[in-house]
Design a protein around this ligand. Structure first.
Ligand code: SF4
Ligand code: SF4
Length: 300
């Protein structure tokens, strides 16, 4: 968090359920590219790691992102967080992401800065994020076993090479764990998201949570898969509500399961909503479970 912030850590609506109905966040879609290919992701859509799979209104420049925060705060003064959560991976777009965080942190020192990542490049950028005042970090980890990860990550682009199968998943997992440990060591408040793909990683989520606990992270956000028909994993079935709850209930001792995540778009803004979704005004309720009413606003 930038120096001079009037907000406390407990004001982050995603990390602390008690803050969810009172405080809001604005997502800044400045990161179009990704360095991983998840089987459930269609690039024309928001990152499923942290979003409902609806197209975002458009990618912003860092300067336009600052204006967006300005408008979001005018519309919803209770916003306490500005974050980058896609539509690709922020750290696969480091120049835009870091510049945005710098500009927003300078212009709005009261806001918390937040970032969501797949973790591949996290070890390289933890120091920059801390320097820029980013206090909150979400890492999405869907596996800790390369064999399982290989069923989710089709490709991992690393140092100019395209790694597939267990080699790619293994490299990603190794970097995720290193990045998470570094973020915790630097004092960032972290949570781990896991996309639950029921026939693939249901038995793996507990191991992911155990690895997170080992790194000092207790907040675990199990996100049900939302299959996107146009991508290779489009035929995968989503978990039932009972399956999601079983997995959450079976998390290892010490883990804190989050249940209020609304799988927001990469351009969501406003309150998370008391039991409502984070869908933007004007998108007609498309995407995701498509049944949630929206309290977010779309700001252009
Ligand atoms: Fe898509 Fe996010 Fe996976 Fe990248 S990390 S492929 S943007 S779901
Ligand atoms: Fe918060 Fe929405 Fe991100 Fe979930 S998807 S952590 S509710 S902003």
């Amino acid at each position: 968090m930038s120096a001079g912030s009037a907000h406390t850590a407990a004001d982050h609506p995603c990390f602390f359920v008690a803050a969810a109905g009172r405080f809001g966040r604005v997502h800044l879609p400045v990161a179009p590219h990704c360095n991983v290919t998840c089987s459930y992701c269609d690039r024309r859509y928001d990152c499923l790691n942290e979003s409902r799979p609806g197209v975002c209104a458009g990618v912003l420049t860092p300067e336009a992102a600052v204006e967006r925060v300005e408008r979001a705060l005018e519309a919803t003064p209770a916003i306490t967080v500005a974050g980058i959560a896609g539509p690709g991976d922020p750290l696969a777009n480091p120049d835009a992401a870091l510049r945005t965080l710098e500009l927003v942190g300078r212009r709005f020192p009261r806001l918390h800065l937040c970032l969501s990542t797949n973790g591949l490049m996290l070890p390289d950028y933890v120091a920059d994020l801390v320097r820029l005042g980013v206090r909150f970090l979400t890492l999405t980890m869907n596996a800790v076993t390369p064999r399982v990860g290989a069923q989710i990550y089709r490709e991992v682009r690393w140092n100019g090479a395209v790694l597939g199968g267990e080699a790619g998943a293994g490299r990603l997992i190794e970097r995720q764990l290193a990045g998470l440990a570094a973020a915790v060591a630097r004092g960032m408040t972290c949570k781990v998201n896991t996309v639950l793909v029921p026939d693939v990683n249901a038995a793996e989520v507990g191991l992911v949570a155990a690895a997170a606990l080992q790194a000092g992270v207790r907040l675990i956000n199990v996100i049900p898969l939302l299959p996107v028909p146009s991508c290779p994993g489009g035929g995968l079935r989503p978990p039932t509500a009972a399956e999601v709850e079983r997995v959450r209930a079976a998390l290892p001792a010490g883990a804190i399961p989050l249940r209020h995540c609304r799988r927001c778009r990469a351009d969501a803004a406003g309150l998370l909503g008391g039991g409502h979704g984070c869908i933007s005004d004007g998108d007609g309720g498309r995407a995701g479970d498509g049944r949630q009413g929206g309290r977010d606003r779309r700001l252009r």
